[in-house]
Design a protein. Structure first.
Length: 483
């Protein structure tokens, strides 16, 4: 707890070989490949996964989501949370031991680099306790330099999920981007050089609330007390603990698993490898293993129980909601607004005119310009529609004017109409109304139609906005309807 009172008990993990240490190497390789490769993958020219902060745009498997799709982000975060809860209720802290970047990079990057430069466990302990001579200075300096480079690489890989990967790796970042890159790099350096196990013990909240997620039937690492005690060399013949302390020496958290289940344990399994190596030489099975409290007490372990049922049910509902929203996500977003200040206009040729602005956001992944047409359904016979063809690029938003003219003789009542935007393999419509001079106007009448169910209106768009050329106006009479 050096971060609190300055009396740090430094941990010097001993390298161990075994089944679980091999699993750690594979999980490390998988995580590194995920961080380094996924930001570069493309689908129709767009990132497979990119939560672009600057434009508030989310790219996922060929679909594009904007700030108006907040429900998808919410469902994603809730699904990830309950997936972790469900996983923890069954398998304890296996996430910490095998999948958490903190544990994976410490066990498979930071510790191997330290052992390569400073030597095995005993050498590191003696050197740290000695004076700052040249041998100690250059080794520490080289180790910290490598940690700084690793921290930068990890940070750049991580930022590739939030900023275009090409911009990150070519350092084409603005002031804010360089600030966060420096911040993340500094945090990773401090984590590998100083905080280490203290990140898990005192900073990460997962260890604190895991007690509410697990029970006696969740998987933990435990020491077989009945066979192992009392300890000592005399216990060798009966398969007990000979008190070699190898399980303590290999622990990256610096705990003694023989003291029982502890909050600091990340279930990495290295103590199992250490004990297995020693006990197999003596002709006995390991004293440390993955088990459950219920199994140690001779009770039947139930994988299906109220806790796992509750978590799995909520997770199923959330994943189902995510799947529904994702599968029904429209490739274009349409919003039809009445032009402010003009409820209707009576033209000299006997028509009543309503003017709208049609906004189209293209969320297709295909590159290039896409063309869309606008139609209006539900109008009386003899009505006229003046609409501009819409041309828009992916992730771009365009606003075009729409003029609807209805003969004066049939324009005395509110007419419900539907404006539809037609594109390649997709049609998206929105209901609105046509107003005429015969309609009684209330002082607080709403002038905007409800948005199409596939999108919500946002005041600030995270995409480029442009307006198409205006349609020539038809000359009005001397009086105009005002809202």
């Amino acid at each position: 707890m050096a971060v609190f009172h300055g009396n740090r008990a430094w941990v010097y993990p001993l390298k161990v070989k075994g089944r679980f240490s091999g699993w750690h190497r594979w999980s490390s390789l998988a995580l590194l490949l995920f961080l380094l490769v996924v930001p570069w993958l493309r689908w129709d020219g767009k990132p497979v996964f990119l939560l672009e902060i600057t434009t508030r745009t989310f790219f996922l498997l060929g679909s594009i989501f904007t700030a108006t799709d907040g429900i998808l982000i919410l469902l994603t975060l809730l699904s990830a949370a309950f997936m972790l809860f469900f996983f923890t209720s069954l398998f304890g802290r296996l996430w910490c031991g095998y999948f958490c970047p903190q544990s994976v990079f410490m066990l498979n990057l930071a510790f191997p680099v330290e052992e390569w430069i400073e030597g095995e466990r005993g050498q590191r302990m003696r050197r740290n306790q000695g004076p700052w001579v040249w041998d100690k200075i250059w080794r520490k300096g080289l180790k910290w330099s490598i940690y700084a480079v690793l921290g930068l690489i990890i940070s750049m890989s991580f930022m590739g999920f939030f900023v275009n990967a090409h911009d990150v790796w070519t350092f084409n970042l603005g002031t804010t981007g360089f600030f966060f890159l420096g911040l993340f790099s500094a945090l990773w350096f401090l984590d590998m050089a100083w905080y280490r196990e203290q990140t898990c013990n005192y900073i990460c909240p997962y260890a604190r609330f895991q007690g509410a997620l697990t029970d006696d039937e969740s998987l933990v690492i435990a020491y077989e007390t009945v066979r192992g005690e009392p300890r000592g060399k005399a216990a060798k013949e009966r398969g007990g603990c000979i008190d070699c302390k190898r399980c303590v020496a290999v622990c990256p958290q610096g705990i003694d698993i023989r003291d029982g289940y502890q909050l600091e344990c990340i279930a990495c399994g290295l103590c199992i490898d250490a004990c297995t190596d020693v006990m197999e030489r003596l002709g006995h099975p390991t004293l440390v293993k993955y088990t459950t409290i219920a199994a140690d007490e001779g009770r039947v372990v139930h994988w299906i129980r109220p806790r796992t049922i509750a978590y799995s049910t909520l997770l199923t509902l959330l994943v189902g909601g995510f799947t529904y929203v994702f599968s029904h996500h429209a490739a274009i977003e349409v919003l039809v607004d009445r032009v402010p200040g003009m409820l209707f206009i009576e033209d000299q040729d006997g028509f009543v005119r309503n003017m709208y602005m049609v906004k189209v956001l293209d969320r297709t992944a295909a590159a290039g310009e896409h063309d869309y047409d606008v139609t209006v359904d539900g109008l009386p016979e003899g009505s006229q529609v003046l609409a501009t063809k819409i041309s828009v690029n992916s992730t771009e938003q365009v606003s075009v004017p729409l003029i609807v003219r209805v003969p004066r003789a049939v324009a005395d009542e509110t007419i419900k109409v539907r404006v539809t935007v037609h594109g390649p393999h997709i049609d998206v419509g929105q209901d609105t109304t046509f107003k005429g001079p015969g309609v009684e106007i209330e002082h607080h009448e709403e002038h905007e139609a409800p948005r199409h169910e596939a999108a919500e209106h946002g005041d600030d768009k995270p995409v480029e906005n442009r307006t198409a050329p205006a349609i020539p106006a038809v000359a009005p009479t001397e009086h105009e309807g005002e809202q």
